[in-house]
Design a protein around this ligand. Structure first.
Ligand code: F6R
Length: 612
């Protein structure tokens, strides 16, 4: 939610910021703006819409500046328009600020400021915080850094802010709580951003700023302090990310690139961990805590969205293989109810970005109750990765398309390996079945590759049904969460209303929707429930619904009931979700394209949901 970039150093700031904003656009694209220190003055340019619109507006302007900040917005307070776009300027025009997060007590601060004569030009919480800082600075006759520290003690909510001051021409002051901030360390220059993607082409050395820290950033100096004004030693990390990983690499869209990357991202996830021939799984995070994991009274999985769906698959797999009770919780619900978390419980947090606000706060709550937290995270060095007691990265590489695809299969691969390792240690699985599943997991990249070779078949199906107004996705057992995931993908990428349901549950309500206009997608690969789901297909066919089925190669019955069929290679039912989700990702992609939607940036969404 919102992407922020800052630069101070000898280069021209604007091109660095513009390129960075384009890379961060997945975080929000309601408006974009920059503030540049030009000839001793702060110039602010901002515009509703995507970064390209800002770029177009600025063609031909004199943007000569060696320091600046830029923002791409996902609107929270105030509708997306030019006025509410960031950066905001303070009342006296001497400060400019960008913000990612929400200031919860902004109304109270605003009232205080109004009483003191302040007026506002936007509807944002950001302008309130900025003027509050200016107010403290003027009233206390202090420097910006001190004013910021005082202001932040009064603020509730989440923020990552970058501030620049007209009278301090080479310094950016930053602060974070709850929203991410990475600082890239160059030679005589510094880069600031919401994630490392705007930074990697300039330097591999970065510092991840922690909550409640302030950074005072000049071209050749980086000072970190806590809110108590004590210096904190910056911990420098080497980025392990390649530039190619964040570019489209010849594909039309990031989403398509990321779908097609899955044979290699799943392979990367398994590599060095799974040795199918030797029958071993090496995961240091699991091994170091194996007693805790195998003796867990209960596992609670906390996540949002697609990651929550990966959690549902894991629930089925862990209960089956490890015989440990599992509950899967929406982070946003968990954090506000009064959940029972006991010492012997293990929490598994699943997150692509590692920054999802609801998941982060839910984990804090669980930690307070003494739970052990295991993070399954994609973004290396992210907040969730850092607050977890142990974890395993999914190694899917940067995911830029707003819809999660390769991160999901990475999550499934990690969770499968975890379940297999724990089950093998607990002896709740036979040696033969363990070995069989290891070999099958090892074959997944090759099978995904085979599915992708037939992507054109899905494109044809997508074009046929693109004008439908509703879709139903049905699955049973391990494929039930995949039905949910298929529906979510279609909704977000094509704007078609879609619902995912357990196939048998359909009789208890959704069947009323079925008529000759309703496409019903069955995730019906060969498993122990196959005959049951075939009966469910009969029920839909009898009511003239249009059946699209994802089936296992060699299935001769389902095609006779289906209007359209897509076959995937055979796999054990526990492994099948890693395969059956691929055609559903393609279905949503090609439907979105057929409808002319910007699939990488669908309306109203943002990749990294850092507000609750
Ligand atoms: C859907 C999607 C979202 C995310 C959710 C959680 O395609 O991407 O539903 O899965 O916002 O995000 P992470 O995994 O970053 O915590």
């Amino acid at each position: 939610m919102c992407g922020i970039v800052g630069y101070t150093g000898p280069r021209q700031a604007y091109p660095v910021i513009l390129k960075g904003l384009k890379r961060l656009e997945y975080r929000g694209y309601d408006s974009a703006g920059v503030a540049l220190l030009h000839e001793g003055k702060i110039d602010v340019y901002k515009k509703k819409g995507k970064v390209a619109g800002l770029e177009e507006m600025l063609v031909g302007k004199n943007l000569d500046a060696n320091m600046g900040i830029g923002h791409t917005r996902w609107a929270t307070h105030g509708e997306p328009n030019d006025r509410n776009a960031h950066p905001h300027s303070s009342s006296n025009g001497k400060l400019a600020m960008i913000h990612n997060g929400i200031i919860e007590n902004y109304a109270q601060l605003k009232n205080e400021l109004i009483k003191n004569g302040y007026t506002f030009t936007s509807d944002t919480d950001t302008e309130v915080l900025l003027n509050f800082i200016e107010y403290i600075q003027t009233n206390n006759d202090c420097g910006l850094e001190e004013a910021l520290r005082i202001a932040l003690k009064r603020v509730t909510g989440a923020y990552c802010i970058l501030l620049m001051e007209q009278d301090n021409p080479d310094t950016i002051i930053a602060a974070r709580k709850g929203s991410p901030l990475v600082i890239g360390i160059g030679k005589g220059e510094h880069f600031l951003a919401s994630d490392a993607s705007p930074i990697i082409e300039y330097t591999k050395e970065v510092v991840y700023v922690n909550d409640y820290e302030l950074a005072i950033v000049k071209p050749d100096e980086l000072i970190l302090k806590n809110l108590g004004n004590e210096k904190v030693t910056p911990y420098i990390t080497k980025l392990d990310m390649q530039l190619a990983a964040i570019e489209k690499g010849g594909y039309d869209h990031f989403m398509l690139k990321e779908i097609f990357e899955q044979p290699s991202t799943i392979h990367d996830c398994l590599r060095g961990r799974l040795d199918a021939q030797a029958g071993t799984i090496t995961m240091s995070g699991v091994q170091e805590h194996i007693e805790q994991l195998k003796n867990a009274n209960r596992i609670m999985i906390i996540a949002c969205g697609t990651s929550w769906h990966a959690g549902l698959v894991a629930e089925y797999v862990i209960e089956e293989l490890c015989r440990i009770p599992v509950e899967v919780e929406y982070a946003s619900e968990f954090r506000y109810r009064n959940p029972i978390v006991n010492k012997g419980d293990v929490i598994i947090a699943i997150s692509q970005s590692g920054e999802t606000a609801d998941t982060l706060v839910a984990l804090d709550r669980a930690k307070e109750n003494g739970a052990f937290i295991f993070g399954v995270v994609n973004a290396v060095g992210s907040s969730i990765a850092r607050i977890s007691h142990a974890g395993a990265y999914t190694h899917a590489g940067p995911e830029i398309g707003v819809a999660s695809t390769k991160a999901f299969t990475g999550q499934l691969a990690v969770l499968m390996m975890m379940a297999l390792k724990i089950a093998n240690e607990k002896k709740t699985i036979t040696a033969e079945y363990y070995q069989k599943l290891l070999l099958e997991l090892n074959d997944v990249p090759e099978k995904v590759d085979a599915i992708l070779k037939n992507a054109a078949e899905i494109k044809t199906i997508a074009e046929k049904y693109k004008d439908a107004t509703d879709f139903l996705f049905l699955g049973r057992g391990y494929n039930f969460p995949i039905a949910l995931e298929g529906a979510l993908k279609l909704k977000e990428i094509s704007y078609i209303h879609a619902e995912g349901y357990p196939a048998a549950e359909m009789k208890h309500g959704p069947i009323a929707l079925v008529d000759e206009n309703l496409p019903v997608v069955f995730v019906a690969t060969k498993d122990s429930y196959h005959e049951k789901i075939v009966s469910n297909m009969q029920e839909i066919k009898a009511r003239k619904g249009k059946i699209i089925s994802i089936i296992t190669e060699g299935d001769t019955i389902s095609p006779t009931l289906s209007n359209d069929c897509f076959s995937i290679p055979p796999a054990d039912e526990l492994i099948a979700p890693l395969l059956s989700v691929i055609p559903l990702q393609l279905l949503s992609y090609y439907t979105g394209i057929a409808k002319g939607i910007d699939v990488d940036k669908p309306r109203n969404l943002a990749k990294s949901v850092t507000v609750e």
